[in-house]
Ligand binder design. Sequence first.
Ligand code: ADP
Ligand code: ZN
Ligand code: ZN
Length: 765
Amino acid sequence: MNQQNLFGFADIPEWEQAALDDRLVADVVFNLPLEKPYAYLIPEPLRGMLRPGQRVRAPLGRSNREVVGYCVGVHSAGPSEVRLKPLLAVLDRDPLLDDRMLELTRWIGERYICGWGQVLETVIPAGVRKKSGTRLVPVCELVPGAIDRPDTRQLSRQQQLIVDLLREAGVPVATSELCEQAGCGPSPLAGLRKKGLIRMLRVRSEIDGLRAAGAADEPDLALNEQQQAALSGILTSLRSGSHSTLLLHGATGSGKTEVYIRAIREVVSYGRQAIVLVPEISLTPQTIRRFRSRFSSVAVLHSHMTDAERHWQWEQISQGGIQVVVGARSAVFAPTPHLGVIIIDEEHEPSFKQDTTPRDHAREVARFRCAQEKIPLILGSATPTLESWLRAQRGQDILLSMPDRVARRPLPPVVIVDTREDAQIRKGAAIGRALFQAITRALREQGQVILFLNLRGYSPTVWCRSCGTGVKCPNCDVTLTWHRDRAQVVCHSCEYATLPPDKCPACESPTIRFLGIGTQKLDEEVSGLFPAATVLRMDSDSMKKPGSHDEALEKFRRGEVQILLGTQMIAKGLDFPNVTLVGVIDADTMLRQPDMRAAERTFQLIAQVAGRTGRSERGGRVLVQTTCPQDPAVLFASKHDFVGFAQHELAERYDLQAPPFTCAARVIFRGPDERQVQDVAEAVADKLRSALATLKAAAPETEPLRVLGAAPAPVTRLRGLWRFHLQICGRTPELVRQLWLQVEKTLTLPENVEMAIDVDPVNAR
Ligand code: ADP
Ligand code: ZN
Ligand code: ZN
C-alpha cells in the first residue's frame, strides 16, 4: 500500500527544516493486516530515544487517528520521504524485542500472510507491554519441618493438595498459581497458615525469589543402545555450530524424554538455554517434575498464567537466569539470551498450530528461529506428521529412530474388533462382548483400564424419529448433543444450551430421540457393568475446575480408580505401569471426519492410546472397536506400523497433490448473510483464477498452482455466521503467497463479510 495517498502530506515544522540534512525515518507496523511498514519522520526531541523494537504513537490514515505501533527500523530519510508525518511519542524506554526476534516476527507475517504488527501483538505478552511485573507478587512456601508434625493429618482435601503442590515445587509458588492449580479460593491457604504449615511472603518480581534452587537432584538414567545412538546424533548436531532439524521417531515408551534431558545437559553445560515445547494438555505436574528434578532453574509457561506472572517469567528468561523453558506453543518465543536448542515433544499435535491470527505453526517458527541461531531443532514423536516424515525421507531433516521400548518391553498387541455383528452394540451399547470380557479379565487380575471415546456429553445426536432430521443449533450447522446431567441439549461449537425440544422443529411430531454414545453414557454403562470398580470420567465437562485434571490423574496413579474413561485428554503422554488394557470405543468417529487428515489422526490416536499400556512387566493389550476393520489407518495402527502407514498415506496425498507435497492456504469468509458471503467468496475465487491464468499465459512453465472452491465450509454456519471457503494449493508457500497478494490488493470487502487466511491449515472445519 502506498503511504502517500493514505496519509496525505504533513507540514514540515521549522525545526525539521533546520535539520534537513540528517533527518531520520522510523518504519512502523500496526496491529492491522497491512503488508508493509509505514514510514514516519522522527522529530528532533525523540531522536536519541528511538530504537527498533520499541512502541510508538503515530497518526494513522486520513483522519490522523492516534494509534500505537511498533518501530521495526530506523534509517535516514530518502528524497521522497522528507514530507512524511512525524511520530508523536516513544512509549518504551528499552526495546521489547531484539533484532532477531524482529526478524522472526517479520518472517511469520510473511509466511502466514498477515501483518507484521499483528504478529508482534501476539508474540509480546500483554504483561510485558503493560509492564505489569514491577509490583509485589504474593507467594507461599512450606515452613520447613512443620509438615511432619502429627496434626498435619487433619487437613482438608484442598489443603492436602496445596501441601502436595508446594512439596512438589520445592520452592515458593505464587499464591494465585496455587489457588488455580488446586482449584480453590484463599481460605484453604489461610487455614494452612493458621496451622503454621505455610507462610506467605511478598517478593519483588525482579528478584530471584521463585527460582527453583537446588532442585536438581535426581541422577541421570543409563541410556540404552538406541537412546545412546539418538543422543550421539543430536550431540553431533549440537557441536557442529550449524542448524539442522532432527526427527526423533521413537515408539511410545522408548524413552525420548531421557534423550531430551541429555541433549539439554550438553546445552546447559556451555551456558546456553533450552526451550521444550509440549502440548498444553501434557503440561502436567508429572512432566514438569521430570524437568525440575534434573535442572536447577526451569521456567514453566502455561497459557493460563496471569499477565504479571508471564511478565515475571519473561524477565527471568531474558536475564539468562533460566536453563530450561518448558511450555506450550507460545513458549517458542521465550526471550532466551543464548538459545542452544529447541525441542518439540509430540510434534504431531495439532495444538502447536495457532488457531487465530497469525495462525503460525510452532514447529515452523522454531525451525526459523533455530536456523537464525545456528542450533538444532529436535522434533519427537511416535507418530510424526507426514510433513515432518517427508522432510526426513527426502534428507532435508535427519531421522533418528528408537523403534523399541525401554527394557525391550514389547509394544502391546492390538486386537481389532469388528462390531457390525456384535449383539450388544447392535442394541445400542458401547461395550461389545470382546471388550466386556477383556475388561473383566483385566480387573480380575488387578490391572487398570483406560477407555477412549472422543465424543463428550450423553448422546451426540438429538434426532426426530418421524422425519429423520437431526436437531441443530440455531446458530451453527451442528447437531445438538444431549447432556443428561444438565438436562439440556448443547451445541459443542458455540455452547448454546437449551431444554430438549418436546417436538420436532421440522415436522412438529413429539418423537425426539437421543442417539449415540458420548462419554457420559459410557460412564453410566461401564459403572453398571462393573459395579465393583471405581470409574472416573475425564472430559472437558468433568474437568472444568482448574487443577481437576492433575488431581484425577493422581487418583488413577494411586490406584483409587480402576477404569479411567475419557476423550483426547487421556490419550497423551500418560505413563501408568499398571494399565493392562486400553479400549478404543469407536475408531469410526475419527475416520468419518470430513478432513484430509482423518486417516492420519485415526492412526495417531490409536497408536497414542495404545502407548498408554504395556509399560511394565505386567504387559498390556489394546482393543479397538470399529465397523471398518479393513481401513488402512486401523490396520497399520494395529501392527504398530508407522512406516507402512506413512508410505500408504503419502502415496494417496501425492496422487491428490495435497500437503505435504504442496502448500495449502485456506481462505475463510464469514458473515450474517449467506448469499452475500457466497457471492464474495466466489468473486474472490474468480479473481484468483484469472490472476492464475494471466500468470500462466506469461510463463507457461509456471509451477503448478491451483484454486479450489469457493464452497460452503464443512461447518456452514458457526455462531450465527455463514461460512464459505476456498483453497490455494501450490508447490511452495512463496508461490501461494505471491498469487494471493496479487489479488488481495484489489479486494474491497463489504463491511458485513470477514475474511481470514489460514496457511498450512490443520483444521478443516
Ligand atoms: P516416551 O516419551 O518415549 O514415551 P518416556 O521418556 O516417557 O518415553 O520413558 C518411558 C519410561 O521409561 C519412563 O518411566 C522413563 O523413566 C523410563 N526410562 C527411560 N529411559 C530409560 C533407561 N535408559 N533405563 C530405564 N528406564 C528408562
Ligand atoms: Zn421431525
Ligand atoms: Zn452453536
